[in-house]
Ligand binder design. Structure first.
Ligand code: 1GP
Length: 243
């Protein structure tokens, strides 16, 4: 399977074209007409990608949401899977996440073994992605559900060693996440340190709520910034444009 999505991300990285993605959580995304309206708004914005997934789904159906979203947009739809049941061949790409900040074997390689036969049989681009949870604030859903400790945000050297190991293992992208709705986004210093350490596309998310936050992450070295909670609360792109 060709690496269309990753190649585009790399090309934009080289050209310095910064991207941002909306993250749709299947538990919280609207349905039917309201979803169509949302996607229209997203299409009309500067948003470059739509990520779909969640670390904990109580009722949402990721596959259905992916098919519904694809009906209304030409933007790349990328799966950000919390579990193998969020895989769908309707998406353009899937972040094949390994939670390298943690020591939960199931999330380092176990779920991947369960998912691999289905992924190999599908026509979907999979992007081996080093996924790091970072933060010291209140426990996030991602940290709780994964039963892992995040990397302390004041320890960029731990994040650096982790992404270096991941790249040596062959991972093609890095996603540093403060967790959905985090009180504090990833600190600039840590993003800069990771950016300096490895040359693969860098995705940053968690707790970013406005254009200043996006700009700070981009300027520190993020290639793709992810926003979920702020847009779930109100799908308003005004605060996400330069003032
Ligand atoms: C969470 O990085 C994403 O995994 C987005 O976080 O919901 O805080 O924007 P927010």
């Amino acid at each position: 399977m060709a690496n269309h999505w990753l190649d585009k991300l790399k090309a934009d990285k080289l050209e310095g074209r910064k991207r941002f993605s909306v993250l749709l959580d299947p538990d919280k995304a609207p349905k039917d007409i309201k979803l169509a309206h949302w996607i229209e708004e997203i299409n009309a914005s500067e948003c470059s990608d739509i990520l779909i997934g969640g670390s904990f789904l109580s009722r949402g159906n990721a596959s259905k949401l992916i098919s519904d979203v694809k009906k209304h947009t030409d933007l790349p739809v990328v799966i950000f899977p919390g579990s193998p049941d969020q895989i769908s061949d309707q998406a353009d790409a899937l972040l094949f996440l390994s939670l390298v900040s943690g020591r939960n074997a199931d999330l380092l390689i176990g779920r991947h073994v369960e998912a691999a036969p289905r992924l190999m049989a599908m026509d979907i681009e999979t992007v081996a992605t080093a996924y790091l949870l970072v933060g010291d604030g209140p426990l996030t859903s991602a940290a709780y559900i994964s039963q892992t400790l995040p990397i302390p945000s004041s320890k960029p050297e731990l994040a650096v060693a982790t992404v270096q190991a991941a790249v040596l293992l062959g991972m093609k992208a890095v996603y540093i996440d403060a967790g959905s709705g985090a009180g504090n986004p990833i600190p600039e210093k840590l993003i800069k340190a990771v950016r300096k350490a490895v040359d693969v596309p860098l995705i940053v998310g968690g707790g970013i709520t406005d254009f200043e936050g996006m700009e700070l992450a981009w300027n520190a070295g993020a290639d793709l910034v992810v926003l979920g909670t702020v847009l779930e609360k109100s799908l308003n792109f005004n605060s996400l444009s330069p003032s």
